[in-house]
Design a protein around this ligand. Structure first.
Ligand SMILES: [Zn+2]
Length: 287
């Protein structure tokens, strides 16, 4: 009898619900934000590539294999973004289901491969969230209703966000809807919202541009009448001032493309990131 009572007490004391929470791994910060919004406190979420880190060139940390081995779901972007992931899943000996959240999105091309940056279009983000909600619901049917309700609430926020972007772009005069950017991450944004992103001619995105590069950019800005440039790899203020002085184009501002920032940064969530970018674009392109 005493033994029985003890067992009952132990059962009550053990955090039953926590033990049942679905272990989910998200490959990088933007995806993790979508997963968090759907899963809430019903899941244990681990993010492999966190804030302010580059998902393209990630080198898995020693603890990652363990996290993946313990996961029931591994949620990835796909479209070639996480080239390092298949080997990690294999070496972890994980039985986790790998869910590609971009399924259902028509891929654009980036040079000869698929462009992975589909999240830069808010309608695509809605596809991601729907795919994530379906995967969570299938893995934890008891919580399916919760996940769908969470997803619907978040999808509504994304719809509002999409309208904000369209409103902001519509206020920019048509002929001013183009920027030079060293980012190659805005193809989906450009296609969705009609802002042209022009790559700077002959400039490497890896290194500081030379004086000759700057002259080429100045020529390009003038020839194509480009009102604003986002050249984040130029750290030399004099070069930036020279471009501005010789072309009248606005130079500066930061566009955030491939990952969120920490809590104190301008983009701790996906919605913050899109708002940050649209503000940077409109303040550079409005007159
Ligand atoms: Zn990228």
């Amino acid at each position: 009898m005493r033994f029985l009572l003890l067992s009952v007490l132990l059962m009550i004391a053990s955090p039953l619900h926590a033990a049942e929470r679905l272990n989910v791994v998200a490959s990088f910060s933007i995806l993790a934000d979508f997963v968090r919004n759907v899963g809430g406190d019903r899941i244990n979420l681990t993010t492999l590539v966190g804030a302010d880190s580059d998902v393209h060139v990630y080198a898995p940390a020693p603890g990652d294999a363990k996290r993946i081995a313990e996961a029931k779901l591994v949620i990835v972007n796909g479209l070639g973004l996480e080239g390092w992931l298949p080997r990690l899943v294999q070496s972890a000996g994980s039985k986790a289901q790998v869910v590609t959240a971009s399924v259902g999105i028509a891929p654009l091309k980036l040079s000869s491969a698929a462009d992975p940056h589909a999240w830069q279009s808010v309608p695509n983000a809605r596809v991601y969230v729907t795919d994530i909600a379906n995967a969570l619901a299938a893995s934890a049917p008891d919580d399916a209703e919760f996940f769908r309700a969470q997803a619907n609430a978040y999808l509504e926020k994304l719809e509002t966000l999409d309208r904000e972007v369209r409103d902001a772009v519509s206020k920019i005069p048509l002929e001013r809807r183009k920027v030079i950017s060293t980012h190659d991450a805005f193809g989906y944004f450009a296609a969705e919202y009609g802002v042209q992103f022009v790559a700077p001619l002959g400039v490497s995105t890896e290194t500081e541009p030379s004086a000759r590069d700057i002259a080429a950019i100045i020529g390009q800005i003038k020839a194509q009448k480009i009102p604003a440039v986002f050249l984040e790899n130029i750290s030399d203020d004099r070069l930036i001032r020279r471009i501005a002085a010789e072309t009248g184009a606005k130079v500066g501002g930061t566009l955030i493309s491939d990952g969120l920032t920490g809590e104190k940064g301008p983009a701790p969530t996906y919605i913050d990131m899109v708002r940050h970018n649209i503000k940077a674009l409109t303040s550079a392109l409005d007159h």
